[in-house]
Design a protein around this ligand. Structure first.
Ligand code: PLP
Length: 349
């Protein structure tokens, strides 16, 4: 039986408007490697959202965006400060370390969010030749725990980082969900908060595939064209990535998709809040819920019909995630089923 997806927005299909854009771009032959009109158009769209001086490069995966974007800022003796739960630290199979030879300094946060104090605690060995030297702070917005930095928190962190000679990277694999939840523009939660380089996600918000590395810090020499090619991320048929981005960033599709995914996560939360057997591990701010059920039988039974991740090592915390294609009905059915399984379990004792 095909399971109903509450596992990830990566499980979702492709938004019909993106498919139409792909079809429209499938028009005869054109120059390869991004020297085509679709890529020029997509870069202009990014500039509309992120500011005209932004430099934009498309890549195929979020991991590539993170690793290649970060690599621009580092020598191998330098390091990135990131939350222990960040994707670069815990979910990219050491890609960053393997590719750059640099180290990630993982920081315990509790919420997925770095703070100025936590960053400061990583700087005590500055100048000590025996220690790696932090050069970049990497923030995920939203975090891998679905939590959000406010604009004030972002500005505090970037100001502190810049005062201390650090650049700031943002992993925005779900930046659209964050901007939608904060009710702000894409530019105001990135460039205007002092971010230097952004990994911008398209795949999780309705695209077939494609991510972007966006540099706001253009004061430096950025040979990213070469870094991307050497990093095996220069697609020859770039127009098909570009056409998707133009569609996503036009007519508020990015916002509509993200608002929908966020709203359905909130609906699930509202349905489950009264259930005393369930506690939410973190505030539900975007499109993910992290719930403790403390009942492995209920979790196992739910997994027969629904796909979702068991999140922690004791197996009692789960992640439920919604996407642009999750339906209202699926959320109501899922919450009914969760409640039913809890009642059945309680009756059996
Ligand atoms: C926060 C975050 N960053 C980066 C990535 C990496 O994306 P990809 O799987 O396309 O490499 C993911 C994927 O789930 C993610 O959740």
């Amino acid at each position: 039986m095909k399971k109903i997806n509450f596992a990830s927005d990566n499980y979702a299909g492709v938004h019909p408007t993106i498919l139409q854009a792909l079809n429209a771009a499938n028009e005869g032959d054109c120059a390869a490697y991004g020297n085509d009109r679709w890529t020029l158009e997509a870069i202009e769209k990014f500039k509309e959202h992120f500011g005209s001086s932004s430099e934009v490069f498309f890549v195929s995966t979020g991991t590539a965006a993170n690793v290649l974007g970060l690599s621009t800022y580092l020598s191998s003796y330098q390091a990135v400060i990131a939350a222990e739960t960040s994707h670069i630290s815990s979910d990219e199979c050491g890609a960053f370390e393997n590719y750059t030879g640099s180290k990630i300094i993982p920081v315990k946060t509790g919420t997925g969010k770095l703070t100025v104090d936590l960053i400061a605690s990583c700087l005590t060995d500055k100048g000590n030749v025996h220690r790696v030297q932090p050069a970049v702070v990497s923030l995920s917005q939203p975090t891998e725990l679905g939590t959000l930095y406010s604009l004030t928190e972002l500005k505090e962190i970037t100001a502190y980082a810049h005062q201390n000679g650090l650049s700031v990277h943002m992993d925005g694999a779900r930046l659209c969900n964050a901007a939608a939840a904060l009710n702000v523009s894409l530019g105001s939660v990135t460039r205007e908060c002092g971010i230097d380089v952004l990994s911008f996600g398209g795949t999780k918000n309705g695209m077939l595939g494609g991510e972007a590395v966006v540099f706001f810090d253009t004061s430096r020499e950025l040979p990213f064209n070469f870094i991307r090619k050497q990093g095996m991320q220069l697609s020859s048929k770039m127009r098909f990535v570009s056409a998707q981005f133009t569609a996503l960033l036009s007519n508020d599709l990015w916002l509509k998709n993200a608002l929908h995914a966020n709203a359905l996560a909130h609906l699930l939360k509202e349905q489950l809040e009264p259930v005393q057997e369930i506690s939410l591990a973190y505030p539900t701010q975007t499109n993910a819920l992290f719930a403790r059920i403390d009942n492995e039988i209920v979790i196992k039974n739910l997994l027969d019909t629904y796909a979702f991740y068991i999140w922690d090592h004791d197996g009692m915390e789960v992640r439920w995630m919604t996407s642009f294609s999750t339906t209202h009905e699926q959320v109501l059915d899922f919450s009914q089923e969760i409640k039913k399984q809890i009642v059945l379990f309680n009756k059996s004792f």
